[in-house]
Structures are given as C-alpha cells and as structure tokens.
Design a protein around this ligand. Structure first.
Ligand code: FES
Length: 295
C-alpha cells in the first residue's frame, strides 16, 4: 500500500535539544496564578451537557481554579452562568454540586439576599438600608456561556473572544455527522490528580511511558509499545512508510475495532459515521491530532 502523500512529512520529533520549563513553573504559587490568568480564566471551558440541566430551575456548580461557578436554567428555559458568590459578603450561594432550585430565586444561605435567575438582586433581609443603596448595583457577576451541540461552555473573561465553537482547532476534524446533540450522560467518572495541570498534559502528549506504564494499551495500540504515538514520531518512519502493520501505522491490533479494553465496541455505533470514521479506531491519522477517546 502506498503511503498517503500527507504522510510524506518530516518526523514529529525534536530536531534540537529543547529545555524544559523551570521547575518552579510546576510548584510556585505565582506561576500557577499566571497560568490561571493567561489560560484558564480566558478560555472557553466545557462544564457540562445541556441535558445535565435540562429542566427549568436545574443547576450545577463547578470550580475553575479558585473560582466557584453556578450554571442554571432559568424559568424561561435560558441557560445562565454566574460566579457562585453573593454580592453582600461573598458567601457561596449554592453549596450543592447539582440539584433543582425550590424557588425561582437564588437565596444566599448567610443573610438571605435573594437573586432572580437572571442574576438581579431582588430582596435583602435588612430592615434598614443605607441611603443610596440600589439593588441594581448588586447583581450577580455574570459569566459568558456558550452552547455548542449540547455541550455547555463558560468563559471567565470579561470580554471573551468569540464563542466556544470559534475557539476549536479546525484541524481536529468535522463532527457534523455525529449526533452530538442527542447524547446524554450515562456515566460520570471524576479523577483528582495531585499534580500541576501541566504535568498531566505533558504526559498526555507523549508515549515514552506507555511501554512500561500502559501495557494493556500498548497491546491494543502496538505503536505505543514502541514509545511512539504516531507513524511520524519515528525518526526512521520513511523506512517503514509502506508498512501497514499496527506497530508502524498506528492502527489498533488485528481484530480490535475500537479503543476499549478488549478492543470490542460495547455500545451502539453512530449510524451516520463515514467509512473513514468507522476505520478511525483502526487507523490513527498521521500527525499529532489527539484521538477524541483517550490519547
Ligand atoms: S453574604 Fe450573602 S446575604 Fe450576606
């Protein structure tokens, strides 16, 4: 089989020695604060599915860095996001991670200031209010919210760039024939990683550790057993350019049809997949685009 012309690209690997980040970037509080401001507080972040807050008055909370966020569906069906922080003395408004409000108000548990589901302050418990106090000055801090095909994103920036969709990497592929809107959450797995976030992403983007750490995965994806993630990670890839064996092409092992532990599909396959997409589990594309299902 002749290699695809797009595979006639240079090796993905380093061509010169590159320094790693200074160690303080992984543990110093100032570095973490810089990461939050530069990346996490100005990027569109997926926080839940629309179906997770399907009914009016349903809400979820999430923590991003040091910020508590509440997403809710108001009585008109509109989705909204706010800092989960009361404007009086900063108490946490909702301490539950997911529930349904009992009234059309968000009421602070500390001194009972109440906010409409649009974030407007509508009631304060104090009998005497200082002159000049205007409820309109104490709305909840609203956050940008964007929905893309059933996925809910928020952005903590005051003036975010574009929508969530506009921030996607187009090279990652077109999922227009995937029924993303109709998906529902079937299982939720939460992992807490006791490391700086960059450690995780650096690990995710390399497979040097795969042969020793992920033996089952390396059997399923034989090229991982060579410490590589894709054909072009191999400095000698051109010598094997015609070799379609899994350990060179990045395909799954013979007989495997998807990236599950045993290599078999355990759920219905999306009916609208193209032949190329059906084969995607078996033939990893060249380059370093990440598979949506794991690595
Ligand atoms: S802190 Fe919320 S009402 Fe006082």
């Amino acid at each position: 089989m002749q290699p695809d012309p797009s595979e006639r690209a240079p090796c993905n690997g380093l061509t010169s020695l590159q320094p790693t980040l200074p160690s303080a970037d992984y543990w110093h509080a100032d570095a973490y604060r810089r990461d939050l401001d530069a990346i996490w507080y100005r990027s569109w972040l997926m926080v839940c599915r629309e179906a997770d807050i399907a009914e009016p008055l349903a809400f979820r909370t999430v923590r991003i860095g040091s910020q508590e966020i509440v997403m809710l569906r108001d009585e008109t069906g509109a989705l909204r996001a706010f800092h989960n922080t009361c404007r009086h003395r900063g108490s946490q408004l909702s301490q539950e991670s997911a529930e349904r409000l009992k009234a059309r108000l968000l009421t602070c548990p500390y001194h009972a200031w109440s906010y409409s589901l649009r974030g407007d302050l509508v009631r304060v418990a104090s009998k005497s209010l200082p002159e000049g106090f205007d409820k309109a000055d104490y709305t909840l801090y609203r956050l940008a919210l964007s929905v893309w095909r059933g996925f809910v994103f928020v952005n903590l920036a005051e003036h975010p760039d574009g929508s969530a969709e506009s921030s996607f990497d187009r090279a990652s592929g077109d999922l227009s024939n995937w029924p993303l809107e109709s998906l529902v959450t079937g299982h939720r797995l939460t992992k807490v990683m006791n490391c700086n976030w960059k450690i995780f992403w650096e690990n995710f983007n390399e497979c040097l550790h795969c042969p020793g750490v992920h033996k089952d995965l390396s059997r399923l994806v034989p090229i991982y057993g060579r410490g590589l993630m894709a054909r072009h990670d191999d400095p000698e890839w051109a010598r094997h350019a015609d070799n379609d064996a899994p350990e060179f092409s990045g395909r799954l092992r013979a007989g495997a049809e998807t990236w599950s532990r045993d290599g078999h599909a355990h759920g219905p396959v999306f009916s609208g997949l193209t032949p190329a997409e059906r084969a995607a589990g078996r033939a990893r594309p060249s380059g370093s685009v990440q598979n949506a299902f794991g690595r």
